[in-house]
Structure formats: C-alpha cells, structure tokens
Design a protein around this ligand. Structure first.
Ligand code: GLY
Length: 388
C-alpha cells in the first residue's frame, strides 16, 4: 500500500491532502483525504472516466449544499452530468429507492461507460454503489463521502447494498469504487450528532488492532469532534489512519472470508439494536456501533477474555466524547429485551452453520472472531448494560 502526503495545490489554507491506495490489482484505487477536495473533483475524477459523462446520486440535504457547485465544475471541465436525489436518511436504503435510482439512470440513457458518482453519506454510497453494480450488469462508480462515517468506513472496500425488512444490508454486492474523494471541509457542515456517529467507526480501528491510535484518540478525540480550526488536522490524521487500516484489510480479504470480519466489531450488537429502533433518527448506525463495541468489550470481560479495566476504558472514552453507551430499553415495538436482541442477531448476515459470529477482544487492540459465546453470558451482558 502506498501513502503520500503533499501540500494541496489550490487550497487557500495551509492544510495538506493525502493519498493512499487500495491494492487490489486491476480493481485497485486511490483514496484522497484533505481539505478543498470537492472543489478539485473534476481534476481528480477525469483520469478515471471512460467517457466525459457522470451520473450523480445524492440525498436531499447533501444535494442542497454541494450538488450545484459540483455539477458546475464538472460541466466546466466538459463532463456531462445527470443526477437523481433521494430523501436524506437510512429509509432511502431500500428496494423502492433502489428502483427509483435505477429507473432514473435508465431514463437518462446511462451507458456502460457512464461513471456513477455517489455524493453523500453511507446511505447514498451503499445505494448508489449497489445501483452501479447491477445497472447494465455493472458500471463503475466514484465515492465522494460527505459524512465522517462514510469517509472512514463505508466508502472504502466496495460493500454496497440495501436494507430489507428482516435486517440491515441483507441484499448487496461487493463492487469496488474507482476512486474515493474524502473532503474534510464538508465535515464542518455535519451536525455534531452525525460527526459523533462517525467517530464510533474511527474508534473501532483503534479497538481492533491499533493501541497507539486508541491512545491518541483518548488524548485528541474530544478536540477532533469539537470543531474549530485545529479539528481539521486531527480529522485528517484520524481519517488517514482509519482508511490505511481499512485499505490494508480490504486488500488482504476483499470478500470477508477472514480478517475483514474484524471490521464488524460492535456491528452484530449494533445491527440488532438498529432493527429494534427502526433504522431512523432514534438511533444512528454509528451510535448503535458505539453501544455494540461497549457490549463486545463487556462480554469479553464477562467471559474472562479481556481485562475489566479495558472494557471500562472503552465505555468511558466513548461516553466522554458524547456517544451513547447503553442499549435503549424501549424500541418501536415496545420493550427492548435481551431475548429480542438475540433473536435479531440470529438473522445477521454473519451467521454461519446456525451460529452467530462475534468480534470479541482480549484487550484494547486485540480483537478476534469467535462463535463460542454461551447464551446465558450474552443475555447477562445485555441485561447488565441496560441496567447500567
Ligand atoms: N464496514 C465493514 C467493512 O467494510 O468490511
């Protein structure tokens, strides 16, 4: 994997932009991270186009901020632009919005050489990437992630898909983007709650395998999500560190037959919580992951695998930056009980031969996979966390 850091050529500030590569042979691609990158999108995208034409998918909030200037810039560079906009929020990641996007692309007579551009957060990236992967049996796409969560996780690695009534991300494909453009300036317009939700995915990389990064987050996390001029450089460092781990993991195990599954730390619990809360504003994906990571460390400690002090550190740091750490007690269908959560876990994509695979930890930075989790310990962990 190659990583380069260089002064941005056109930026009117001293910040730097960095580039790293996902090494996947012919399907490999670059990730650009830094300030002012959307203003340079045409220059960055042009080399990966097959024809001077893009089809942009965005959501109502992101489109109101960035779609017009992006299209103006691409058109000025001689690139034809068409677009469709879906409502902001997780509820757009479903079959009906997938159909809307595909129908709009077909109506615009997209061709196999047309580049799809996903301009938005994780929902838009997953939805547009999935649409690109099946339109005309597959067209290329570029990710312009506009949330911290998308910049550090979902825009890299080629997981695309939609939710089904029975669970999250149950339908989808592996389809790698041709390019990722992560402009840290856009994070300034992100509501604090969304920024924090992305922070959970940043913290995940420290908890899985990177103790120095976790220590750095304990020192700098609050300033990083606190806004202000100093937060840009902290964010760029955190995004680069996260993307470096993600890129290396994806290159080693693109289709998640091994080590990539560690990136699901907190997600088995998190997806069960999201199913109970209804995939809406009640509990954001990153918030569910934060609670899920606390539960994974609590369970690891209860099983005698991980020092109790590490589980406490995880809970205390995530709480200190402002993330929720306790599973909600009530959801869209009444009480959220351990039994109900466990029933959701049994429907997870990661179930193998009927057993749920968990990402547990022997300590901070020491995550591992196991299907060997006694039900009574799992129930006790969930009940204790709800009562905490
Ligand atoms: N979000 C986990 C992965 O991409 O594998």
């Amino acid at each position: 994997m190659s990583v380069t850091t260089a002064p941005t050529s056109k930026a009117d500030h001293p910040a730097i932009a960095s580039k790293l590569s996902v090494e996947l042979g012919k399907r490999g691609y670059d990730i650009h991270v830094g300030r002012g990158l959307i203003a340079r999108a045409a220059e960055l995208i042009k080399p990966v186009l097959h024809q001077p034409r893009v089809y942009i998918v965005s959501d109502s909030i992101v489109a109101s901020l960035y779609l017009e200037p992006l299209e103006a810039q691409l058109k000025a560079a001689g690139i034809r632009c068409d677009h469709t906009v879906v409502p902001a929020g997780e509820s757009s990641k479903d079959v009906s919005h997938l159909a809307q996007v595909l129908n709009a692309m077909i109506a615009a007579r997209c061709e196999r050489s047309t580049m799809v551009v996903a301009l938005g957060g994780g929902v838009v990236g997953d939805l547009a990437g999935f649409a690109a992967s099946i339109l005309l049996r597959g067209v290329d796409f570029v990710q312009i992630p506009t949330s911290l969560l998308a910049q550090v996780d979902s825009s890299v690695g080629g997981k695309t898909g939609i939710n089904m009534p029975a669970g999250k991300n149950l339908v989808g494909t592996f389809h790698q983007p041709r390019l990722v453009i992560a402009d840290t300036d856009v994070l300034a317009t992100l509501p604090k709650r969304e920024l924090l939700a992305g922070y959970a995915e940043v913290a995940k990389y420290g908890l899985i395998e990177d103790v120095p990064f976790w220590n750095w987050l304990e020192q700098n996390g609050s300033a990083m999500v606190g806004g202000g001029e100093s937060s840009h450089e902290l964010l760029r460092h955190a995004i680069m560190t996260s993307c470096t781990t993600k890129a290396r993991t994806v290159a080693a195990d693109e289709r998640e037959s091994g080590v990539r599954a560690l990136l699901n730390l907190g997600h088995t619990f998190g997806h069960a919580l999201e199913a109970e809360m209804g995939y809406g504003a009640e509990l954001l994906h990153g918030e569910a992951v934060a609670i899920g990571m606390v539960l994974a460390f609590d369970l690891s400690a209860r099983l005698g695998l991980c020092p109790q002090a590490d589980a406490l550190r995880v809970r205390e740091h995530l709480q200190a930056v402002g993330l929720p750490v306790r599973p909600p007690r009530a959801g869209r269908n009444g009480a959220v009980t351990p039994k109900r959560l466990i029933a959701h876990m049994a429907q997870d994509k990661k179930v193998k031969d009927g057993a749920v695979t968990f990402v547990l930890a022997r300590g901070i930075g020491k995550a591992f996979l196991t299907a060997d989790v006694p039900l009574d310990k799992l129930e006790a962990t969930l009940a204790a966390a709800q009562a905490a």
